[in-house]
Design a protein around this ligand. Sequence first.
Ligand code: ZN
Length: 483
Amino acid sequence: MEPIMNQIWPKVFQRFHRRSLFSRRSLSSWAEHATVSASTNSRHMKPTLLVSRLYQPSNLHEVGQNTSLQGEMTCKSQRLMQQAGLIHPSNPGCYYYLPATVRSMEKLIRVIDQEMQGIGGQKLDMPSLCSAELWKASKRWDLMGKELLRLKDRHDGDYCLAPTHEEAVTTLVAHQTSLSYKQLPLLLYQITRKFRDEPKPKFGLLRGREFYMKDMYSFDVSEEAAYQTYESVCQAYTRLFARLGLHCVQVQADTGNIGGKLSHEFQLPADIGEDRLLLCGNCSFAANVETVSSDSTDCPQCGTGTLVESKGIEVGHTFYLGKKYSNVFNATFSNAQNKLAVAEMGCYGLGVTRILAAAIEVMSTEEGIRWPGLLAPYQVCVVPPKKGSKADKAAVIAEELVQTLADALPLLRGEVVLDDRTQMTIGKRLKDASKLGYPYVIVVGQGALEEPTRFEVICQKTGEIMFLSKEGLLDLLGRVETI
Ligand SMILES: [Zn+2]
């Protein structure tokens, strides 16, 4: 391999170097052309995001509702996300996350970061490629069975692509010999790709083989302190889902192969959910059916309510681990008496890509995506008139409006797109906008040419249509929450 590389590399390098010197000028003008519309490319103006230029290869008019996609079982979110050019299937259980999805996911990650750091979480990033040694020490190398994606390196060493990081984080903390009780609780988390060898990947991003997860691990001085940390993480999860406008239930759960004594799932009630939940109509009792041994439908908590079964999509999971892993890897700290003690642990997951898909699943209509407001890839779509139509002259007003919004509302910077496909009627573009789910769609038509100027604003979530002046529009959009 090496000699070949030595032969090729200098030439490739030379060519690359030469080209980059020669074409610097043309490259920069290309970049300008790519983002700036023809009539707004004067120097003082900010670039406008044009729908015709966004890489969102949608099939809004081609894929029928019942088309089976790549032989996987489909659901509403998968169908809508593929039609809208948000995801593209690669191999079973794996997807390309296209630019609009990445924008949405980055927003979700910012919300998660705020909530996790709000309770003292510190973000790190651990290797996905994990040595079998660690997993053998915890005995999970055998316990995980076929779900663990295993591979060998060139030295015949066993590795896995990690689905979770209890072993890795505990051994990391164990390596710090000077950890003091004054530094606890220690909450470490990451948001990374995880892997699971699903036998039957299905439902798009809801059950894939490669996905993003937020996993946090806590280290505490005592069982009591660990329960307090556990509680504060559960509260942060509840706040997070409330901010996204998602109805989420916290249910008692089975501890599964992670182990430990106490566990809760965070479930979004949905028809396609794979978990069966029992909810009490009378009190806050909620449990996964797996954890309820009796066949009785009486609520064990209040005694008077009746348990009703519902289906749910699991979007979060918390576990109190005790010393299960800290004993194995010897994760210790020096206590107030200056003696070494083994840390009490907890672990807390959130399915990042799953939250996105589940939110689309529960909020959308059959025809179009509806986003949690904070997570929409773009907040506003401005629709100018059709070329050659009566209102054609309003096209300039639409472009000016986009600039005005960018100048007056810094929070909307990068959030406003102009649907410049003016060969299409306004009606057709509104249909597409409804399918893609921009929270606000502004039609710049005949009303924009009249005195007083009026813009038609469609609030997609409620379906409400308003006719507003420019000031009214700025006032409305100034209240949009972005992250
Ligand atoms: Zn009850």
